[in-house]
Design a protein. Structure first.
Length: 377
């Protein structure tokens, strides 16, 4: 027996106005530090309509540790919201999922969030995610990534009950997304679609989402990079990124994310960039276990990017949008990188991404992939 799980999705122009239809009384709006400098949190607050009380928690940092998240709980409990609204990228949305859980179940800890435990959430509140980036897919997933500060590792929490009730995909919210974040988050989304499609848990629903996601992202991302304020191009990539999120949420990610989370935990690089650094190498590595499916995906690439194999087509699009091709090119010092190699391999080997990758990997395989991704050979 299989399931396909999704939030109710509101998308397209002016979709933010949907908030006023929800009879919200007290909304906790959780957003990140960069977004707080823009008018977006205030636009969300206005979209709630007259008479709605709101509490803005606006100092979520990039991939915050648990201690930083829980520092907000006292204020939130006192405010007693009936809705949580995440506004931002993956960090803000994942933080909101975790705070929503802790608000609902103060008797539990984050380590109780597993797919095997019935949490009984939604006794006091519900959850909305409004992404301001086009890539993490977190608005459509039942997972949250938690950075473990002192251990330099990332912990992946998963429960169907932390899937948002609604995802609102308003293209107006991504029009000002800076270039570097635009290319990194799009790269992340391409990685989600490719990994979902290659996953051993792939299914017809996740396949359909992955294929359409790639069509929308590959067909529009270069146009977005050239014309950043174009709402039509942005809208296509924004929808594609959420479809890629639905694809991997319903089939799982793989080895690319195992390696990327490991690298991102030891070296401060944006998540999407780390995904792009491993994606072509892992597709090459997996190819003999996933040949037919990868060849099929390759045929979805627009002519201008498509070359012999999927891995090379991915390299072409990533180069076209200005991504670094190797970890060395991304600026990581060689000596420091190789002195961390053992830890990187160990961390990657512990990741849940290892479970559904189309090809099993030994520690030696992981080591080779880390070396190859650094040097590009
Ligand atoms: Fe990702």
């Amino acid at each position: 027996m299989w399931y396909f799980r999704s939030p109710e999705i509101v998308f397209g122009e002016d979709s933010l106005s949907f908030l006023s239809l929800l009879s919200i009384k007290r909304a906790t709006i959780i957003t990140d530090r960069n977004l707080l400098k823009t008018d977006i949190p205030e636009r969300v607050r206005r979209a709630l309509g007259e008479g709605v009380e709101s509490l803005i928690v606006g100092d979520v940092s990039e991939e915050p540790p648990l201690s930083e998240m829980t520092a907000h709980l006292g204020r939130i409990n006192e405010f007693s919201p009936d809705w949580f609204i995440a506004v931002g990228g993956g960090s803000a949305i994942d933080t909101t999922k975790i705070l929503f859980f802790l608000y609902e179940r103060p008797d539990l800890t984050v380590y109780d969030v597993t797919p095997l435990v019935q949490l009984g959430l939604r006794k006091k509140s519900r959850l909305i995610a409004i992404p301001s980036t086009s890539g993490t897919g977190s608005e459509c997933t039942w997972a949250a990534v938690l950075s473990e500060e002192n251990e330099k590792r990332k912990h992946e929490l998963a429960s169907r009950e932390i899937l948002p009730d609604y995802a609102i995909l308003d293209p107006a919210l991504v029009l000002s997304l800076p270039l570097e974040q635009t290319r990194n988050t799009a790269t992340d989304a391409i990685g989600h679609a490719v990994e979902a499609y290659g996953s051993t848990w792939h299914n017809p629903f996740s396949d359909a989402m992955a294929e359409k996601a790639l069509e929308l992202i590959l067909g529009n991302i270069e146009s977005v990079i050239k014309d950043m304020k174009n709402p039509a191009f942005r809208n296509q990539v924004h929808i594609g990124a959420s479809m890629a999120g639905l694809a991997f949420s319903n089939s799982q990610i793989g080895l690319v994310h195992a390696l990327a989370h490991s690298l991102g935990a030891r070296f401060k690089l944006p998540h999407g960039k780390t995904v792009g650094l491993f994606l072509p190498c892992v597709v090459d590595y997996n190819y003999d276990s996933c040949t037919e499916r990868y060849d099929k995906l390759n045929r979805l690439f627009p002519d201008k990017y498509r070359v012999g194999r999927l891995s090379d087509s991915i390299r072409t699009i990533l180069k076209a949008i200005g991504q670094a091709q190797t970890i060395k090119e991304a600026g990581i010092d060689e000596k420091e990188y190789f002195s961390n190699l053992d830890a990187l391999v160990t961390l990657a080997g512990e990741s849940t991404g290892m479970v559904t990758n189309p090809k099993d990997s030994s520690s030696a395989d992981l080591r080779n992939l880390f070396i190859k991704a650094y040097r590009g050979t």
